[in-house]
Design a protein around this ligand. Sequence first.
Ligand code: AMP
Length: 295
Amino acid sequence: MKIIKSPKILHQELVKLRLRDSKVGFVPTMGALHDGHLSLVRASNRENDVTVVSIFVNPTQFGPREDFSKYPRVFGKDKKLLQRLKVDFLFCPSVRGIYPEGLGKRGQTITPCLPPFVSNAKWPRLAKGLCGKFRPGHFQGVVTVVSKLLNIVGSCRLYLGAKDYQQAVVIRQMVKDYGLNARVRIQPIVREKDGLAMSSRNRYLSQEERLRARKISQVLFALKRDVLKREKTLNVLKNQTLTELKKHVGQVQYLEIVDPVTLIRLKKFQRGMAALTACFVGKTRLIDNVIIRFP
Ligand code: AMP
């Protein structure tokens, strides 16, 4: 595995490989890797000749009161996990490497504007609700870093997890709107045995919080079962779920049932639906979702 810090060198290496017809798979991460990340790496290994994993804790996607400085950084451990999976390139740029123009006072200076030829771009609307409502600037930070990374990597298959469902939908739309040279492959959520969605942030949880956190997925799975039974209205089921979440988990930032493509809130059942939530367990913010589809 080659470990590369320089965007230019990675770019050149990949240009050379593509000239020899190698297909490139790219897995962007912020490190503190777990089986969720590794499932993306495995998918990329299966479907491409070359796999690139990036580890970059992106400052512009964190709000001023969020956990950027305490976000877990365990490079040595991550490196070993990726070596074991025979990843070809580990790209770990510095903040300067990605933001040579530096970060503004609020760490949010780069907001991609929409060039005129994509004045009808759909991604800004997708980024508005759900997490976008509670994390202002977050998705601007995400699309900024992903577009920069895609420019460095070049033509590739891009692997994203359904765990960050809104993020995956926003990026997929950005790739479409801007005509970027990437094929977005969204992979299923990897969970712990008790259903908790794997997340780098799970390590913040105390033992007691960890027990409460597993309720998030259990409540979402129960919602899915109830929706499929169709005995109550969507609104009743949503309120019931919200009560359960508040009772067992703690502060619920949102629970929404939306169209899986447009992310528009649903009032009635339809064939495909996505139920998404963000909850605080103690000080830790966790997100999870389930896709519900009538047969
Ligand atoms: P992060 O390091 O949190 O930015 O995540 C990097 C990528 O891994 C994103 O595309 C995430 O959606 C994905 N990911 C994180 N956790 C999981 C999980 N439990 N299952 C599947 N993918 C995940």
